[in-house]
Write a protein that binds this ligand. Structure first.
Ligand code: FAD
Length: 301
């Protein structure tokens, strides 16, 4: 059977798209690895309108309940491994089967790059964080480490030097790759200690992070930090799409209607070239993409 629409992903963008598609009575399903996406990693969400404070998991439970209200077909734990449009049909291959649809919305988001050291997974959300904008305020007046040397890391260090007591900026190489203006701001701030040619070897703690072991130019040391921000970048989950234009970061290029270069294939949220990656933006994109798919189908008829 050829469906009207297939939505890939059930984070803020995919779930919102599914609610809009259900309200338009489209014949569709959602294929996703999990429900909630990155938003469930955030311990505090303080910028989603309507909630002055809500945890990421609670917010995404509410999104999920909204989706369940419409009885939407969700195939969870089903990873998409290929998407291609041929002869006016979008073929979507998963680890389990191949589906066909007239339209698709790719809402597969991003995944963080991890540093892969002992303790990182164990202390995720217990001191190990990947988003300073979201979690920075939790470390007010504490000593923290920021890991990375590009713009995200420099931006994280700038944000944290206004919040934390002390910021160790840990860079694996001998130079930053981020913007010189940002580097100057950091270098002139006494709260920031820059450690070049330094590697984090492990993260330790009890309930929460208590410190990290580092190798500073061959010398071992322990930094007693309460927070570790891993800022070595995020990768869009766009590897499985064929024939779609992407930017230099691998994000799927979309216009302001969330259309890709392939007619009938839309993309929404963090996987796209839309600037700023936030829950409210992803949700808005999901709504636009579903309405766009609905309009496209109406034109086909
Ligand atoms: C630690 C952290 C804290 C954050 N805190 C905040 C905050 O406080 N406020 C805020 O506004 N934003 C916050 N953000 C950003 C916010 O979470 C994202 O902008 C938002 O989740 C993007 O939504 P999305 O639906 O586009 O993608 P995601 O949330 O990444 O969801 C993608 C979905 O696609 C699925 N998927 C991925 N690949 C495949 C595949 N191949 N096949 C099938 N399914 C797939 C995933 O399982 C997931 O369900 C935070 C981000 C992080 C990392």
């Amino acid at each position: 059977m050829i469906l009207d629409l297939i939505i890939i992903g059930a984070g803020p963008a995919g779930i919102t798209a599914s609610v809009y598609a259900a309200r338009k009575k489209m014949n569709f399903l959602v294929l996703t690895k999990d429900i909630g996406g990155q938003a469930i990693w955030s311990s505090d969400v303080e910028n989603y309108p309507g909630y002055q404070f809500i945890t990421g998991p609670d917010l995404m439970t509410k999104f999920q309940e909204h989706m369940e209200k419409y009885g939407i077909q969700v195939r969870e734990k089903e990873e998409v491994i290929e998407l291609e449009k041929k002869d006016n049909i979008v073929y979507i291959k998963t680890t389990k089967e191949t589906y066909e649809a007239k339209t698709a919305i790719i809402a597969a988001g991003k995944k963080v790059k991890e540093i892969g050291v002992p303790g990182e997974k164990e202390y995720k959300n217990k001191g190990v964080a990947y988003c300073v904008t979201c979690d920075g305020p939790l470390f007010a007046e504490k000593d923290v480490a920021v890991v990375g040397g590009g713009n995200s890391a420099l931006d994280a260090a700038i944000q944290m030097m206004n919040i934390a007591n002390k910021v160790y900026l840990i860079n694996m190489t001998d130079k930053f790759t981020g913007d010189p203006i940002m580097q100057e701001k950091i270098k002139s701030n006494p709260k920031v200690k820059i450690l070049h040619n330094t590697r984090v070897e492990s993260i330790a703690g009890d309930k929460f992070v208590k410190g990290i072991s580092v190798d500073i130019q061959g010398k071992k040391d322990i930094l007693n930090v309460k927070g570790v921000f891993i800022e070595i970048g995020l990768m869009p989950n766009s590897w499985f799409v064929k024939g779609l234009d992407k930017n230099e970061k691998g994000e799927i290029k979309v216009n302001c209607a969330n259309e890709t270069n392939v007619l009938g294939v839309f993309a929404a949220g963090d996987v796209t070239s839309v600037p700023e990656k936030q829950i409210v933006i992803a949700a808005g994109d999901g709504a636009k993409a579903a309405l766009g798919a609905f309009r496209y189908l109406a034109r086909l008829k």
